[in-house]
Ligand binder design. Sequence first.
Ligand SMILES: [Zn+2]
Length: 72
Amino acid sequence: MFNKAELTVPCPDCGQKHTKTIGWIQTHDQFTCERCGERIHLDHDHLLAGLEKLDKTIADLRKSLGSFGKKR
Ligand SMILES: [Zn+2]
């Protein structure tokens, strides 16, 4: 669902921001910064943890919308 969503991964060395899609991040462990050549390790647990939360938030929102509808 979020595979085409984009995340910004800043280079820890030079601060260059790299925009990558979730699908791309899931299939790569690291990439090389185009600006300084630094190898950037992609911490999947850290990067994707926020998305799971987002997913849960949407599920909760749907749930509360559902119960809101039932009141009438
Ligand atoms: Zn860099």
